[in-house]
Design a protein around this ligand. Structure first.
Ligand SMILES: C[S@@+](CC[C@H](N)C(=O)[O-])C[C@H]1O[C@@H](n2cnc3c(N)ncnc32)[C@H](O)[C@@H]1O
Length: 244
């Protein structure tokens, strides 16, 4: 089994419906903090079920929800097809979007499931699709020194605050026995130091890479924001893009 198969199948990452609801509400609030204007065109890449995408859509002009897992895309379409500002898309459909058409790209809790090469390819794709000066936010990046035990304790703290502690305790036991734990041990999760991910994003041609408060409930993971370079006149007088 690969991570892709895992996300496409039934899993118990969320310990209860309340956990899932509060998680996506928090992620939506975090995405909204980065929306630059009410008419912004936003891509949430690797959005999962995005249960609060309606809240995000209410704060921007257009919201693309990109999911690799067909089963998740079906749920997204069922929940949001009535909202005209929301378009559910596959990764292939993102590649087919018009270049320089997005104001904001967010990817929360995605890059740990990607290889280094897949991440480099996506950084290049997002840069192409962002408008000059557009913003990229990569969130929930796992540093190498954060253990599954820290993740578990942060989940329990979130559950305590959110009123689903009993479900979280039961969920942690289920996770310990689940495909997720086996896959995490077998395939691992990609981890990055702050220096490493900053260099990767900068090396892919983005400017002003900076650390931001993390999305979601786990402050031990990291969020980074960066910009596609703005348009500036070329030396020969035509409009161009500053090389990254
Ligand atoms: C941990 S979930 C995160 C979901 C959501 N962003 C959140 O904040 O809860 C990762 C999601 O990324 C999706 N995914 C994995 N690789 C992807 C790719 N290359 N393109 C788009 N989605 C991908 C998975 O199917 C899964 O739904």
């Amino acid at each position: 089994m690969s991570w892709r198969d895992f996300w496409n199948g039934e899993h118990a990452i969320y310990v209860s419906p309340r956990h899932k609801l509060l998680h996506y509400r928090q992620v939506a609030a975090d995405v909204i903090r980065h929306i630059p204007s009410p008419d912004a065109v936003v891509l949430d890449h690797g959005c999962g079920e995005a249960l609060s995408a309606d809240r995000v859509a209410a704060q921007c002009g257009k919201l693309y929800l990109c999911e690799a897992a067909p089963s998740v895309r079906e749920k997204l379409a069922a929940n949001f097809s009535h909202i005209r500002k929301i378009a559910v898309v596959s990764p292939e459909e993102v590649a087919a979007l018009e270049d320089a058409s997005l104001d904001l790209v967010v990817a929360n809790s995605l890059i740990q499931y990607l290889s280094r090469t897949e991440l480099s390819d996506l950084l290049a794709l997002w840069r192409e699709k962002l408008k000059p000066g557009g913003r990229l936010v990569i969130a929930d990046v796992i540093p190498p020194d954060v253990s599954p035990l820290t993740d578990a304790s942060q989940l329990l703290a979130f559950a305590w605050r959110g009123g689903f502690l009993t479900a979280a305790l039961a969920g942690l036991v289920r996770t310990a026995l689940s495909d997720y734990r086996k896959l995490r041990a077998e395939l691992g999760l990609a981890t990055y130091t702050e220096g490493e991910i900053t260099l990767l994003i900068g090396g892919a041609g983005y400017l002003a890479v900076e650390r931001q408060p993390n999305f979601g409930h786990n402050p031990h993971r990291m969020t980074f924001a960066a910009r596609r370079p703005p348009e500036t006149p070329d030396l020969d007088g035509r409009d161009g893009i500053v090389p990254g």
